[in-house]
Design a protein around this ligand. Sequence first.
Ligand SMILES: Nc1ncnc2c1ncn2[C@@H]1O[C@H](COP(=O)(O)OP(=O)(O)OP(=O)(O)O)[C@@H](O)[C@H]1O
Length: 338
Amino acid sequence: MIEVKNLVKRYGKKAAVDDISFTINKGEILGFLGPNGAGKSTTMNIITGYLSSTSGTVLVDGHDILEEPLEAKRHIGYLPELPPLYVDMTVTEYLNFLYDLKKVKLPRAEHIEEICKTVKIDHVAGRLIKNLSKGYRQRVGVAGALVGNPDVLILDEPTVGLDPKQIIDIRNLIKDLGQKHTVILSSHILPEIQAVCERVIVIDKGRLVADDTPDNLSKVLSGSSKVTARVVGDEQEVLAAIRQLPDVQSCTPLGSKEAGSYEFSIEPKEGKDVRGALFETLSRHGWQLIGLKGSEMTLEDIFLRLVSDDAQTSQEKTEPEKKSRFSKKSKKHTGGEE
Ligand SMILES: Nc1ncnc2c1ncn2[C@@H]1O[C@H](COP(=O)(O)OP(=O)(O)OP(=O)(O)O)[C@@H](O)[C@H]1O
């Protein structure tokens, strides 16, 4: 649906976007993640045709954004971080205004009514935008992006400034929209990307540093099968029994988290899964396993590890092989273009 090839944007000598390539397939919800100044807005502004690139190409449904801008832009609905709402208009007036501006050909009344239903603002359609809550204003912004029924929706920080209930509502709305549209979601709120997106692109200093599913990123960087077990039993005896399991590389006691039980972090040998053997051993000894969870990293951990040298701990700095394993995955998703 969108193909970005070797995109470069320079401001003087500084490259705000430095040779980025990726593709977004139809129907994907893609998270776009990066620290301040990483080049997210610049990339999105080039994809949406608001900014020209220094070199490289962007194709939207096969149309070059520079050579066929009208055709390419017809496929894109954009919600900027601060949507330009005309607050003295009613919701319906505003959507009609956008309908005219975008020269939409769909049946006017039906189209606008359908959008209002989709983003659940039909009951406030007659109200002035200035009298709506921030959450509802954001919905009106999303409604504006949907005018003309574009295939692709680009949403820049859509939940900034909303309260927790409104954030959940907008996230659910984005998930619903993802069933009919290709969605690019830019966000600093990392759990949001994890909750909503099937794939995440991480950029830093203008370069693409990751392109994978949130789950794969987490697995590749953290090791796939490390587990934390909570067991009712004598700490030292349990520890000794776990360490004797043939597939266990190491076991670290984490102390007591609730009365009578102890936690252990268990690292299996390369490629092994210790959960079955662990369960058998514990039950044979009469110890209860009351908790077992994968010790996967959050996207926030991954993000810090990928983009910030300063944030790396000395232990992380000794793990360059993990990053290179990850880089191979990046190439896979970008079709090997670097
Ligand atoms: N018009 C401009 N002139 C010079 N430098 C610019 C211009 N626009 C952006 N930059 C620089 O390019 C880099 C990328 O900026 P960009 O706004 O794309 O980052 P971002 O990832 O969107 O950050 P944020 O989340 O803070 O908006 C930054 O270093 C920024 O200072």
